[in-house]
Design a protein around this ligand. Structure first.
Ligand SMILES: C[S@@+](CC[C@H](N)C(=O)[O-])C[C@H]1O[C@@H](n2cnc3c(N)ncnc32)[C@H](O)[C@@H]1O
Length: 233
């Protein structure tokens, strides 16, 4: 059983390595249901395909999927761009194991690391792309800033960040639907998402060309796609 220091969510779970993280569906007990819930509710194929197209990953690229969860997106990238070296990182040992099992079943060469997005175990300027889906809203405001700084550090000059996560709600319906996510993953962690402030965080980390590309309505609110680039020195 996992050790907790309060409710089983909201940065309450330390992993064996001491990372603190909000589980994929807010509560650790729900993690085994994650793939089924996302497939049923998130227009999954549409948003993953849109993010993949936006990222324009090429053969030879080294790609990091931050908060890779059960590995669905990293495995998709590896299938669509077989010449890319794809690595996922997640703070939840259960998710890392699930991703490794799925990759083995799919015959994927994607690698999955246990780690904390706010302290990445990678060298400076070592990735061509950092991608991330449904992840940033799991971090505290300070955690978002540390993760953005880490992304800027590990991207090569000219390397790109591509993110799909909850964004500003375009109407009251989308805002109301998002309350369910806020109750699961925490109001503080999700606030800057729904205020549409992720682009500002990426720019503050030194990334340039920050843009919001697409907003997709889902049953849990509006999902936005963002891009940003590490400047050439
Ligand atoms: C909603 S899931 C998204 C998973 C996957 N990216 C996807 O698109 O299905 C969020 C993931 O972020 C991970 N996570 C939360 N905090 C983290 C942190 N500080 N560092 C790395 N991963 C973290 C959780 O363990 C969870 O697997």
């Amino acid at each position: 059983m996992k050790e907790t220091d309060g409710p089983d969510r909201g940065s309450a779970i330390p992993s064996p390595e001491g990372h603190r993280f909000v589980p994929a569906l807010g509560f650790a007990a729900l993690t085994p249901l994650y793939d089924a819930v996302i497939a049923a509710t998130m227009r999954e194929s549409t948003f993953r395909r849109a993010l993949l197209a936006q990222a324009a990953i090429a053969n030879g690229h080294r790609v990091l999927d931050l908060g890779s969860g059960s590995g669905t997106f990293a495995i998709l990238i590896g299938r669509e761009v077989p010449g890319a070296l794809v690595e996922g990182l997640d703070a939840d040992p259960e998710m890392v194991e699930a991703a490794r099992r799925k990759a083995a079943l799919a015959g994927s060469g994607a690698l999955f690391h246990l780690g904390d997005a706010t302290r990445l175990p990678f060298a400076d300027a070592s990735f061509d792309r950092v991608v991330s889906s449904l992840f940033f809203h799991h971090l505290s405001p300070a955690g978002k800033r540390r993760a953005a700084a880490e992304i800027a550090r590990v991207l090569r000059p000219g390397g790109e960040l591509h993110v799909a996560d909850w964004g500003a709600a375009p109407n009251l319906l989308m805002r109301s639907l998002f309350l369910a996510v806020q109750m699961l993953d925490g109001f503080e962690n999700t606030r800057e998402n729904v205020e549409g402030r992720l682009p500002e965080l990426f720019a503050a980390a030194g990334l340039e060309g920050v843009a919001s590309r697409l907003t997709l309505p889902t049953v849990f609110g509006a999902l936005s796609l963002y891009r940003a680039r590490r400047p050439f020195e």
